[in-house]
Design a protein around this ligand. Structure first.
Ligand code: HCA
Ligand code: CU
Length: 444
């Protein structure tokens, strides 16, 4: 027997993330790029557990009637959620449903806590998708919701006018006015990524004033690269619910990345919005998602190792002295616990000296380090594909300069402050647990 928390007994936080990695994220073309096409049941279970551990209380799934596999997966996601209730509290599962009895019925049968209902309200959606007039949309949705609520008064009901940012305000109001007495939340999806931060603020303020007792939910697509700034603006304008995915994956260029949003709220000191989120888990959860996609944490993801990685000689030297020179943001608090300096053609002699002396244990003065650096710069451009600049450096030190590393007895090796991680970036998962410090590495 599952313990079920009724939504009316839940006190929502200042910011509630509704993670839709399992729904919107499953629609990402990135899955196809890597011949993956779908998340497996065990991927979904793992993502669900990670989200719950992170502090997410609302997870969106497909309607279970999308396919027999989705129905099975819904049951697996629900079982994973149920197993974590005692330890982590309750997480609401919200099924994404069309305004269609078949979707709604399937979601209820499967035990969803809420229905995320949607139907297109813009001219484009109405003309090319379902062909209904606004009045019809409003009456149809109202009848469906009233019907559901007669038998299932505890379901959480959200209604979204799909393509809300290409829907005229008065058109949206015509539909929302009719539904406002019935729903818990209104969604305002920017389905095709046309919104600007100014438009978002205006919408949030208008809707808040008109529907004071209905919470608002945002869902911003990234077609213009605005999904993060739009979500930030919405939260700052008083929107309580934000839909996000891990790494921002979704249709086309996706939607707002969960960790990017929380990270920016932290940087902007909106600490009241961060209640209950395990921020140090941000980088690990990004790595988990990247691993599922068979890729690296994207370079444009704010919470990434890339943002603590330095290649240019000048940067490397400064970062060895103090990481704050080229790192302004508190990424360590988001689980990126190390900086790294890449050994390569741009490395300066300081970094080369540091690497050979402190990490490899070659005893040398600065003049020798400068000579080794000069030789390295001559040869590094012609190393074969796949060879490691670190190995080349060691060879130069040993063969050209006849240096021998100091023998460090086994029992002291673990005490070297920084170890070279001479692996490809695919090793990122393991690197997460390292202590804070600067890590030197060359890509293989
Ligand atoms: C979709 C479109 C959607 C729905 C958002 C919502 C969008 O893939 O079905 O239900 O609020 O961007 O409009 O993701
Ligand atoms: Cu979407």
């Amino acid at each position: 027997m599952t313990m079920r928390l009724l939504f009316r007994d839940y006190q929502p936080r200042a910011l509630e993330i509704i993670d839709t990695t399992l729904r919107e994220g499953s629609q990402s073309s990135l899955l196809h790029d890597h011949y993956k096409y779908f998340f497996t049941t065990s991927d979904k279970v793992e993502i669900t557990r990670a989200l719950i551990t992170y502090g997410v209380k609302f997870i969106e799934t497909f309607a279970p009637n999308v396919s027999p596999q989705e129905a099975q997966d819904f049951a697996a996601i629900k079982a994973a959620r149920d197993e974590m209730i005692l330890q982590r509290g309750y997480t609401f599962l919200l099924a994404h449903v069309r305004c269609h009895p078949a979707d709604i019925e399937a979601a209820i049968q499967a035990g969803a806590d809420g229905l995320n209902m949607y139907i297109g309200t813009s001219d484009t959606a109405r003309n090319h998708s379902h062909g209904r007039r606004l009045e019809e949309i409003a009456h149809h949705a109202r009848a469906l919701i009233e019907d559901v609520q007669r038998n299932h008064p505890d379901l959480i009901i959200r209604f979204s006018g799909e393509d809300a940012f290409r829907t005229r305000e008065e058109d949206l109001f015509r539909v929302y006015d009719e539904l406002a007495p019935l729903v818990h939340r209104f969604g305002t999806p920017d389905t095709v990524g046309v919104a600007t931060p100014q438009a978002v603020r205006r919408r949030v303020e208008l809707l808040r004033a008109r529907y004071a007792h209905v919470d608002l939910e945002g869902h911003f697509h990234d077609d213009r690269g605005f999904s993060l700034i739009n979500a930030l603006e919405a939260v700052k304008a008083g929107m309580r619910y934000l839909q996000t995915t891990l790494l921002g994956i979704g249709e086309r260029s996706g939607i707002t990345s969960m960790t990017a949003l929380l990270f920016n709220l932290f940087v902007d000191k909106h600490y009241d919005k961060l209640d209950g989120y395990h921020l140090r888990g941000s980088y690990p959860i990004n790595v988990l998602m990247a691993d599922k996609l068979r890729k690296l944490v994207p370079s444009k993801e704010p919470v990434s190792l890339t943002n603590r990685t330095h290649a240019a000689g000048v940067h490397g030297k400064a970062v060895i002295n103090s990481t704050s020179t080229y790192e302004a943001n508190p990424l360590d608090q988001f689980g990126v616990t190390e900086s790294e300096i890449l050994l390569g053609p741009l490395s300066g002699w300081n970094v080369i000296h540091y690497f050979l002396k402190e990490i490899c244990g070659f005893n040398m003065d600065e003049a020798t380090a400068k000579s080794i650096a000069a030789s390295f710069k001559q040869q590094v451009y012609s190393i074969p594909f796949g060879a490691s600049p670190a190995q080349l450096l060691i060879e130069i030190a040993e063969k050209e300069f006849g240096l021998q590393p100091i023998h460090v007895p086994e029992e002291y090796r673990g005490r070297i402050a920084q170890n070279l991680t001479d692996t490809s970036r695919n090793g990122e998962v393991g690197e997460v647990s390292h202590a804070s410090g600067v890590m030197l590495r060359s890509k293989r």
